[in-house]
Design a protein around this ligand. Structure first.
Ligand code: ARG
Length: 594
């Protein structure tokens, strides 16, 4: 609401180069909000901070929005809004979907999840999956066209050994079932044969050749192997409630037919040259320790293609065939140099025009309590499914203890929503590029910036609205079938009665703080879409939950006089709507009861 106006004022006062400066808008003790940016700007432009603040105030277009504008202390700008204005806006927004891009809608290709066939999805994949899925949801809510791309690792030399192993054990054997139940074990078994049995290793190598020359039977077996792995991926996606489907898979194999030509073209155009037997590009700006240009190997000396070659092909495909305006690679942080080199090579080849933005959304590591990459006790990679099951089991214990009166079936559903929600929220609420420690107790806590805390706030409102609906139904029983809040903002809420449509009056300080925060929702979403940072949405929802709790402590709802009651119920309904919509954009469900 206010942020874009403050940004415009800063740009007007100090020049366009300051437009993207964070205006540092914070709640204020003495007014509705304070703007803290003047101090930092003052330092940059060499002005006394209060003078810098005065310039911002002068340029600030508030046309009747504020009843008080004040510069205080070292250069804080305190704004007090006009109560009528807050009410008008809130009531107008209550009935409208938020989002809607300020910039024209774009076609955004999002590469995320991207696990590897016949391998366990590790917690790193959990994170690219969860963060990527939240980003696609937010970008869609902002009106962009999103194209999901699951770049699975389904090609390369290990497939010779995997196929041979598969043929040897037979499709219907228990070992083959491992591909779905314990992919690491399947891989390890194949690997052990490869390392210990020279004949097998020879056959595996020959199998690579026949796979690469598209030998029909080999391709068929390969396809079956990939299909089994998809069953495993899809089981994880279903458990997580992730929006990826088979149609979104465009694995490494799908680019293979284009790699030879791609290399040839780069070589002919003088963009790639042979270095120590391998064909390499040398993207500008990348040098090794010795100061020499860093090579990006696109064809190995044995003629094979690698990860870089496929990734160059992804860019060309996404720009030329998918017509992307923006491409996001939601991929582990350690792959940053690789991706930046690929982007630069693609720019130099003209496959990534300046008009298309390519971004590596860096995903930080998930650590165990020992501060090292999360591993199971025995040191093997953690099984993702077991981890998710444990989250649900733990949540189940909490729900059983706190809500024993709920039907068994509902407790099971709630436990799933809370357990999975907690894992996803913990992932999303940390900056995606920072590491975090996987800690069940912390993520499942009912206090602090956690999934369960936000879910609890929403479930609590659902219960308030249900009670209001029941009270209303009993008083209006027999009367014109008490309109069941159709099309009300609080979807799925039984008869919040007229409340959902009632006009909200913003009177008490707690109502005012809540209202002001609600008004920031649209701007928050746009910021998340721009900066690709779901943790900002978590922070927003956490604060909304806290402000709601404060409001509910200070302002009676069900027991208030009729007109106040209607207004406060309507306010509750808007908060619920934003909470459940926000959670949904994080890919998290809102329990009915908690
Ligand atoms: N399969 C890769 C891995 O597990 C991730 C692929 C990411 N996407 C890409 N276009 N490189 O590390």
């Amino acid at each position: 609401m206010v942020v874009p106006r403050v940004q415009a004022a800063i740009a007007q006062a100090f020049g366009e180069e300051f437009r993207d400066t964070d205006p540092v808008v914070r709640p204020s003790q003495f007014a509705d909000i304070q703007i803290n940016a003047a101090m930092a700007i003052a330092k940059k432009v060499g002005l006394p901070p209060r003078d810098a603040a005065a310039r911002i105030v002068e340029a600030l277009e508030l046309d009747g929005l504020c009843t008080g504008v004040e510069i205080s202390g070292p250069g804080f700008i305190n704004l007090t809004f006009d109560g009528t204005w807050i009410e008008e806006l809130l009531n107008a927004q209550a009935s409208q979907p938020q989002g809607g891009p300020e910039t024209p809608a774009q076609r955004v290709v999002v590469d995320y999840s991207s696990p590897n066939v016949a391998k366990e999805m590790h917690v790193g994949h959990l994170r690219t999956t969860v963060v990527g899925d939240s980003l696609v949801r937010v970008l869609e809510a902002l009106g962009h066209t999103v194209i999901r791309q699951n770049h699975i690792g389904d090609w390369g030399t290990p497939f010779g050994m995997l196929i041979e192993h598969w043929l040897e054990i037979g499709e219907d054997s228990p070992e083959a079932a491992l591909l779905v139940e314990d992919p690491s074990a399947f891989y390890q078994a194949a690997r052990a044969k490869f390392d210990g049995d020279a004949d097998f290793a020879t056959r595996a190598r020959l199998r690579v050749v026949s796979l690469q020359s598209a030998h029909e039977e080999t391709l068929e077996v390969w396809q079956r192997l990939v299909d089994h792995s998809k069953v495993y991926f899809n089981a994880i996606y279903a458990t997580l409630g992730v929006s990826l489907e088979d149609d979104h898979i465009a694995g490494e194999s799908s680019y293979d037919p284009h790699l030879a030509q791609l290399c040839q073209e780069l070589e002919e155009r003088g963009l790639a040259r042979i270095s120590e037997g391998a064909l390499c590009t040398f993207p500008a700006g990348f040098t090794g320790r010795d100061g020499e240009p860093l090579p990006l190997i696109i064809r190995k000396s044995d003629g094979g293609y690698g990860y870089a070659t496929t990734d160059l092909a992804t860019i060309r495909y996404r720009v030329q065939e998918l017509h992307a305006d923006r491409i996001l690679y939601v991929v582990g942080a350690p792959q940053n140099v690789h991706l930046r080199m690929v982007f630069e090579s693609a720019r130099e080849a003209g496959w990534l025009p300046d008009s298309v933005e390519a971004t590596h959304v860096q995903i930080g590591n998930v650590l165990g309590e020992d501060g090292k990459i999360l591993k199971s006790r025995s040191g093997t990679p953690v099984k993702l499914m077991a981890l998710l099951d444990e989250a649900v089991d733990r949540a189940r214990a909490v729900v059983d203890a706190s809500r024993p009166e709920l039907p068994e079936e509902e407790r099971a559903v709630t436990a799933r929503q809370v357990g999975i929600g907690a894992v996803k929220y913990a992932d999303l609420s940390t900056g995606h590029d920072t590491e975090y420690v996987f800690d069940f107790d912390r993520m499942l806590a009912l206090s602090g910036n956690t999934g369960p805390y936000v879910q609890y706030a929403a479930a609590r409102i659902r219960s308030i609205l249900r009670k209001a609906g029941e009270a209303e139904a009993s008083t209006t029983a027999g009367a014109a079938a008490g309109e069941p809040a159709a099309g009300s903002p609080a979807e799925g809420v039984p008869a919040a009665g007229a409340a959902a449509g009632a006009r909200i009056a913003v009177v008490e300080p707690a109502e005012r703080a809540l209202a002001l925060h609600l008004l920031e929702y649209g701007a928050t979403l746009r910021r998340v879409g721009e900066l690709l940072e779901p943790h900002r949405l978590c922070a927003y929802l956490f604060e909304l939950s806290q402000l709601f709790t404060a409001f509910y402590d200070q302002c009676p709802v069900l027991k208030a006089d009729e007109s106040v009651r209607q207004s406060r119920l309507a306010l509750c309904a808007v908060v619920l709507h934003r909470l459940s919509e926000g959670l949904d954009l994080l890919g998290i469900e809102t329990p009915e009861n908690m």
